[in-house]
Design a protein around this ligand. Structure first.
Ligand code: FCB
Length: 442
């Protein structure tokens, strides 16, 4: 059996370093009838949006199988579990708590506590209640205040069962993929939407941070951002400039306001119709002190200059995972060290990292060598960043188990545990066993 290894004196081999597995509500829960509709239900019901025409009605049936799933997490010996709360499950249309939905998560949190597994809770992993989208969703400033209300009410319920709260998961995806490129829910298309949605998401983050720091002062409160570092196709000045623009547009757009309280300078080059609606005081709210920053990394992107659109993304180079993303671990180390130079970072957790592989169960086992290699090279990349002085406290594998991979449906498998969607049987893959070994051997 393959095992994952790290250099002998690696800080990642101490017990202070947190290892976990991650999931998100819409991707695993199912239990569709017992919650309000969300934008992903609507998106899935729209023909042509999801690769295999699937939806989240059942998913991994975690709504019913949560106890066995927590046993599974426990069997991996990890220190922590990163899950997200389904806003439409715990809140009513008039902004009150839905106690039945709250109890579902209280049961999970209590079970985790009993097993000494730290709960890393994300409050928003993309499942916006549909009734809020009907009022404009993230294009409506009011949604940010609705989110803060939800954050306040829910953290009061959970008390000290939660080790860490992240307000948002990957606001880039919500804003850009959801309201500009239209490939995620709610599927709006237009440059005039993307940055407006982003601003309201970031405002929601800041307002919710305030509530968390007031009503849950003992948890680690922060945000999870994704980064796809932008590389220029060559050294020519125009292509380098285009890649820098893309980097500001996709990556720094989210971290800079949160840490420095301002958007990248490219905001001034953008037509007014595309700029965010910033009200006095917004940037102060957005740049609250963070207890931690969650960083998600999967791949890099390569750009060249393009007359009409400023930059153009080129096809991903090989080697690629099953979802077509280039495997390029050195970009991970560079990202972490660059961010550490450019920003005053709080403690960092790698909140997602992993690979899609076209896995199969053969004789009761899943030999996912490509994923194993991906984890090995990316754990080494994190270790190198720590060696260079980046203050990284933990690492979460995406994902605990195969699940609904958004616009890709169930075709792309990211789990370290295989899910048979017919029988709902779970099988720990070779990468999962290797991860367990690494965690156990510390
Ligand atoms: C991230 C998402 C996560 C999962 C992985 C593959 O962008 O946060 O839900 O889909 O990608």
């Amino acid at each position: 059996m393959s095992i994952l290894t790290l250099p002998k004196n690696s800080k990642m081999l101490t017990k202070d370093f947190t290892y976990g597995v991650a999931t998100a509500s819409f991707q695993i829960e199912g239990g569709r009838d017992s919650r309000l509709p969300c934008i992903w239900d609507t998106f899935c019901a729209t023909p042509g949006k999801i690769e295999d025409n699937s939806n989240g009605d059942v998913a991994c049936d975690h709504f019913n199988l949560w106890q066995q799933d927590i046993d599974l997490i426990d069997s991996l010996n990890v220190d922590a579990y990163r899950l997200s709360i389904s806003w439409p499950r715990v809140m009513t249309v008039d902004g009150k708590l839905n106690q039945e939905g709250v109890n579902f998560y209280l049961n999970i949190l209590n079970a985790l506590k009993a097993k000494n597994i730290k709960a890393f809770v994300t409050l928003y992993h993309w499942d916006l209640p549909q009734h809020l989208e009907d009022q404009g969703g993230w294009l409506n400033r009011q949604t940010a205040y609705e989110f803060a209300n939800y954050a306040k009410l829910i953290c009061q319920q959970f008390g000290d069962l939660v080790h860490s709260y992240a307000t948002l998961n990957e606001p880039f995806c919500s804003a850009y993929l959801g309201y500009e490129a239209g490939i995620h829910a709610p599927g709006k298309v237009g440059k005039e939407y993307g940055k407006k949605a982003a601003h309201h998401l970031l405002l929601a983050h800041g307002l919710a941070m305030n509530e968390l720091q007031t009503y849950s002062p003992n948890s680690l409160n922060g945000i999870v951002l994704n980064f796809t570092p932008a590389y220029s196709v060559d050294d020519s000045a125009e292509n380098v400039k285009a890649a820098q623009y893309a980097d500001d547009y996709f990556n720094h757009w989210y971290i800079k306001p949160v840490i420095d309280g301002s958007y990248p300078d490219i905001v001034e080059q953008m037509p007014t119709s595309q700029q965010p609606d910033i009200q006095p005081g917004d940037m102060e709210i957005i740049s609250q002190n963070l207890d931690f920053l969650g960083i998600n990394f999967y791949t890099r992107a390569i750009y060249k200059a393009c007359k009409d659109e400023i930059f153009e993304e080129l096809p991903a180079l090989a080697p690629r995972t099953d979802i077509g993303w280039e495997i390029y671990p050195s970009a991970f180390t560079k990202l972490l060290t660059d961010l550490n130079k450019q920003y005053q970072l709080p403690p960092v957790y790698i909140t997602e990292n992993g690979a899609a592989v076209n896995d199969h169960v053969v004789d009761g086992a899943v030999d996912d060598e490509m994923r194993y290699n991906y984890y090995q090279s990316h754990l080494n990349a994190v270790d190198s960043a720590i060696e260079s002085g980046v203050d990284i406290h933990g690492y979460f594998a995406w994902s605990l188990m195969d699940n609904f991979e958004w616009a890709e449906g169930y075709k792309k498998r990211f789990g370290i545990v295989y899910v048979d969607y017919q029988s709902q049987a779970r099988t720990i893959k070779a990468s999962g066993l290797a991860y367990k070994q690494l965690v156990s051997n510390r």
